[in-house]
Design a protein around this ligand. Structure first.
Ligand code: C5P
Length: 389
């Protein structure tokens, strides 16, 4: 990562954008700044021009030669666009695709990764409208960092502070790291739910969204691994650089996993259906009494893989539990022959949500990780896998 386009929104945290630019320059990264009208009430173009040693842009109309489509060019010549502070208003406009000034036009015209670092009053951050926008932006592929928690300029306390400039830069370094420490490694990831048919139109499924597994596949690919992602039915885009195999049932997942071997590591994140039903050939009709489902057990893909002669060097399982999380995960690690179990409590809003709080259970003991976005859990786990290999 050599070039950043920094979009500064109009909030008190805009002063921290100055520090961010200084840190980038110190790290040898070139920065071009765009200020919204609001941002200019907090910092001046002059300050950012001096710190960035670059021209600062404030309106669509000061791009000199629009015959060359200056706004398109500006939105694409950087390696990444950083929005800091990303105000509630900017996030809302980004979500809706509104392009009514230079900043929002660039954000709509870009084909580069966008990282938004939110900063706003705690009520504004927690407002359902903002939360809805953040969820939408994340599923559109925008990286929205979680704001820090603490006391705010307005005197209130809670989440809404701009992440520290150094933390934003760290995130970018991780994303763009050049030392691809997993190059030449093949890693198998399973993700999502399975669908076990009852008849041609009905099936048994579960609430897994696939988000955590997809984030892990993306993080591993980001470290240079060749990743095969065996996925149940989900509505997520395939992460860049990942080979995806779509399946529906546990049996199909087991076959796809076997076909994808050999692998250096396997991370089994899928919520595999434990049972499959005897499938009726025709749609079951409503009658006098409800039909009885005859269930049989599905293959345990993780256990089979752990016991297989083609076992990857590192086998990681997941344990979604609603009670006695550590105890169950510890037993599961031994029972299934996995090297590590990533355990999480899914009694709250984890399934389908954006955050996760996990415990890493290994032969050495248990590590409690703090609650963080699923993509940060993924990055941390990918780093650990890289070191273990
Ligand atoms: O037994 P339980 O479903 O809680 O185990 C969870 C772990 O085992 C996950 O890593 C999951 O992907 C894996 N698993 C599997 N095949 C199954 C059931 C679970 O690979 N049939």
């Amino acid at each position: 990562m050599k070039r950043i386009l920094l979009i500064v929104g109009g909030g008190i945290a805009a002063y921290k954008a100055c520090e961010f630019v200084r840190l980038c320059r110190k790290a040898g990264i070139s920065v071009k700044c765009v200020l919204t009208d609001g941002a200019q009430h907090f910092v001046t173009p002059m300050t950012l021009a001096a710190l960035s040693e670059n021209q600062v842009y404030t309106t669509l109309w000061d791009l000199k030669d629009e015959t060359e489509m200056g706004h398109i060019q500006l939105s694409r010549e950087a390696d990444v666009i950083v929005v800091a502070p990303a105000t509630a208003d900017l996030l809302a406009k980004m979500t809706a695709g509104i392009a009514d000034d230079l900043a929002t036009t660039l954000l709509l015209a870009t084909d580069k990764p966008v990282v938004a670092a939110p900063a706003m009053n705690v009520r504004m951050w927690l407002h359902p409208a903002t939360q809805r926008n953040v969820t939408q932006l994340r599923s559109d592929g925008v990286t929205v960092l979680n704001p820090d928690e603490g006391s705010m300029a307005c005197g209130e306390y809670g989440p809404g502070r701009l992440p520290e400039p150094a933390a934003i830069l760290d995130h970018l370094h991780n994303h763009f790291r050049v030392d691809k420490i997993l190059a030449n490694r093949h890693i198998l990831v399973t993700a999502g739910p399975t669908h076990e048919p009852i008849d041609p139109v009905r099936y048994i499924a579960n609430r897994s969204s696939g988000k955590q597994g997809f984030a892990i596949a993306a993080a591993l690919a980001n470290l240079g691994a060749r990743v095969t992602l065996v996925s149940g039915p989900v509505t997520l885009p395939t992460p860049p650089g990942v080979t995806r195999i779509d399946i529906e049932t546990a049996q199909e997942m087991a076959n796809a996993v076997a076909t994808a071997l050999p692998a250096d590591a396997a991370v089994m994140v899928a919520a595999v259906g434990d049972w499959r039903a005897e499938t009726a050939e025709q749609k079951l009709k409503k009658g006098e009494t409800a039909p009885t489902l005859h269930l049989s057990e599905n293959p345990d893909i993780l256990a089979l893989l752990s016991a297989s002669p083609r076992r990857p060097k590192l086998v990681v399982g997941f344990a979604a539990e609603t009670e006695r999380v550590i105890e169950h995960a510890t037993a599961k690690r031994l029972r299934k022959g996995a090297d590590w179990i990533v355990a999480n409590d899914v009694s709250g809003d984890v399934m389908g949500g954006s955050d996760n709080m996990v415990h890493l259970v290994t032969a050495d003991g248990v590590e409690d990780w703090e609650r963080m976005p699923k993509d940060q859990v993924a990055h941390k786990l990918a780093e650990r896998i890289a070191h273990a290999l």
